[in-house]
Design a protein around this ligand. Structure first.
Ligand code: GLA
Length: 410
């Protein structure tokens, strides 16, 4: 009854606006406010690629709860490419009946029953990157299907799109999701090809800035028409993008490789730390059913996660670089700062950092801190202990590829 009233009221308002010559309210918008901090969750692709099925998803949901990841903030469980079966004679998509025999609604119910949210993958082209049916020409129909299934998050890829216009194609899917009426976080995955940071904020909640990550510290794998990038390359490619990110619209440097074995535990920890400094979406990409205690410790470090999830929503930046030693800064809410000392090289680095030598002056967030006049307390977010103040230089030795992550508080 109430809904019918709202619909009738909406139609009357629209008619009145048109009669009065006022611009009609645009239906074209994303669901606002769904990602005020960077989305956190898990995605099947990095570890499982096309080898996915409903029992893996259910076990992963269970593991997300039992490992403590849900309580640390991870919410979205996203099935990436290859869940698809065929479209039926009316064009509706169905999951692969062998891999998802209980259907997507039942899987979504299971995931929701564990206090988590359900995500799915499709593609703006006629075929996904894995050659499954894509969304092109079926956007509104697919959005309705996803709403019926209980989907909360859609990652939308960019394979087989030919000369399609990216901002238009993604806006079509945004409008379709909005018309279907179920709030969905919309993740744009066009690898930064069409500068989504310039137009993505009105369209989605996050956009990939690069091609796919590869599970290594520093390697770029060239596949001819595309390259997958090592962790370090992805970090370097985030330069100059931070002014485009903020609450509800994030740069996405791709999903995490923590726990996948291509990097050492130290490198995994550094990878995670840098993603936190970048205010990146934290989408774990490992097998949650079989995690080492070290992997769990990394993924559930609440003090590091708090840096990522800080409500100010400012992406951090490389503040200083001396050879292989870098200092990164991320302004946080309440005047706090995150400082990351990062050794990207293969030999140990002495850190002897005189806070008073350089003020932090960040035009993007309008942050200015001169440690000559402002003393701040230090907390080491991996050692989980207080670490003095900015009154005296910070001294430590960083092992190769290691970081120290500090939170500075007044
Ligand atoms: C692209 C995306 C990946 C993944 C695969 C699936 O490469 O960038 O993240 O979704 O497609 O085929």
């Amino acid at each position: 009854m109430q809904k019918r009233f709202h619909t009738a009221f909406g139609t009357a308002c629209l008619a009145l606006a048109l009669c009065l010559g006022l611009p009609a309210p645009s239906p074209a918008q994303k669901f606002k406010g769904l990602a005020l901090t960077p989305p956190m969750g898990w995605n099947s692709w990095n570890r499982f690629a096309c080898d996915i099925n409903e029992s893996l998803m259910r076990q992963t949901a269970d593991a997300m709860v039992s490992s403590g990841m849900r309580d640390a903030g991870y919410r979205y469980l996203v099935i990436d490419d290859c869940w698809h079966g065929q479209r039926d004679s009316l064009g509706f998509i169905h999951p692969d009946p062998d891999r998802f025999p209980s259907g997507m609604k039942a899987l979504a119910d299971y995931i929701h029953g564990r206090g988590l949210k359900f995500g799915i993958y499709s593609c703006a082209g006629a075929l996904t990157c894995g050659g499954r049916p894509g969304g092109r020409g079926h956007e509104y129909q697919d959005a309705l299907t996803y709403a019926q299934w209980g989907v909360d998050y859609l990652k939308y890829d960019w394979c087989n799109t030919g000369k399609m216009d990216a901002s238009e194609a993604y806006a079509t899917m945004r409008d379709a999701l909005y018309a279907a009426g179920r709030p969905v976080v919309f993740s744009l995955c066009e690898w930064g090809n069409n500068k989504p940071w310039l137009w993505g904020a009105d369209v989605g909640h996050l956009w990939r800035t690069t091609g796919d990550i590869h599970d290594c510290w520093d390697c770029d794998i060239n596949y001819g028409t595309w390259t997958s990038w090592g962790m370090l390359s992805i970090v370097d490619m985030q330069k100059d993008l931070r002014q485009y990110a903020g609450p509800d619209h994030w740069n996405d440097p791709d999903m995490l490789e923590v726990g996948n074995g291509g990097m050492t535990a130290t490198e995994d920890r550094t990878h995670f730390t840098l993603w936190c400094m970048l205010a990146a979406p934290l989408m774990a990409g490992n097998d949650l059913r079989r995690m080492s205690p070290e992997t769990v410790r990394i993924l559930t470090n609440r003090e590091a996660i708090a840096v990522d999830q800080d409500s100010l929503g400012v992406q951090g930046f490389r503040f200083m670089k001396k050879g292989d030693l870098e200092v990164w800064v991320k302004p946080l809410t309440g005047g706090d700062l995150a400082f990351c000392f990062f050794n990207r090289g293969g030999t140990p680095q002495r850190v002897d950092y005189d806070w008073k030598a350089d003020a932090v002056n960040d035009g993007v967030s309008r942050t200015y801190v001169d440690f000559k006049h402002t003393e701040m307390k230090l907390r080491d977010l991996w050692a989980h202990r207080d670490a003095g103040t900015t009154a005296v230089p910070f001294r430590t030795t960083l092992a190769p590829h290691d970081v120290v992550l500090l939170r500075l508080t007044k």
